[in-house]
Ligand binder design. Sequence first.
Ligand SMILES: [Zn+2]
Length: 254
Amino acid sequence: MTSRARRGLESFLKRKAAPPTEWRGTLAMPDGTALPLIVRRHPTARRLTLRLSADGNEARVSIPRWAPFSEGADFARSRSEWLASRRSAVPKAQDIVPGSTVPYRGRTLRIVWESRLPRTPALVGDDLRIGGPQDAVARRIARWLEGELLAFAAADLSEFCARADRPVPEIKSSRARRRWGSCSNGGTVRINWRLIMAPDHVRRSVVAHEVAHLVHFDHSPRFYALLARIADPDLAAAERWLKRHGPTLYAQFD
Ligand SMILES: [Zn+2]
């Protein structure tokens, strides 16, 4: 075997033997329920960190490269009381039915349903008027909100691209469960449709973040310098809002 072939074989064997990077299990909670648990090995993690997913349905532990998965699982187990208290703070899904409310750009809209009204929702003051079959009201409102998100985020995108002196890329709405925004190698910007329920400055901060990624595909100092230059001045407040209230946006339309 040539040395080159041997190297190729060795790297192939190494790849096959690469250790798994995640482990899944469940966690017995104090109230007797089982919470799905995922332990992930992170190449840059230096300590164990525990989080509860935004919807409260999964515990996530990050462990350093050297730590065994069992250590991550033990870590989560030792903090099940904390997880339980975090879990009880996650807002419960509110039913989207006639007479209930829905958040929209930081406002609260009242859902007014009458079967003879048009099926497409219409915004009249703080009333969202909608007709058609009652059992499809929530689905049609979600679709309408997604359209609104796309329209507002597209306008934000043009504005921030002008500030960054970049051509305006394609934009899509996303239904991601964890990410508010993303930007692909091909340059497509995706913004989470649920952000239409947040105040405008929150959605705009996410769009500005992705526009800065069109230039710098990392979180380097140069990225943050550009972001500070193009974003609205209340960027920090928007990030605080997302941390504190972001999970409530997942409680709707679940
Ligand atoms: Zn980023």
